[in-house]
Design a protein. Structure first.
Length: 96
């Protein structure tokens, strides 16, 4: 079992250095406040529109809190995010 753990650690270590290191270097996570989301459908609509923006790697919208967490390769233009949220039918009120 120890050798399995070492093998996993070595594999993880090399992966983190080769691919994770590059991804982490430019990754930016920003939390936005969005009003009007009330359910899972709302979360999906907002996530879909923001995910279409160039450089976005992940989006997590939470209707209960009104927060949308976006991870991207570089900082996003807030007006582009605002337009995407507007397209989904909701309102971006700023950063959370």
């Amino acid at each position: 079992m120890t050798s399995d753990t070492q093998a996993q650690t070595q594999t993880s270590g090399s992966s983190a250095t080769s691919s994770g290191g590059c991804a982490d270097t430019g990754a930016v996570t920003t939390v936005y406040a969005v009003t009007g989301m009330t359910c899972g459908h709302c979360e999906g609509a907002v996530s879909e529109e923001i995910s279409a923006l160039p450089g976005v790697s992940s989006v997590k919208a939470e209707a209960a809190t009104g927060k949308v967490t976006v991870t991207s390769a570089a900082p996003l233009d807030e007006e582009a995010v605002r337009a995407a949220v507007d397209e989904a039918g909701y309102e971006l009120t700023g950063r959370a």
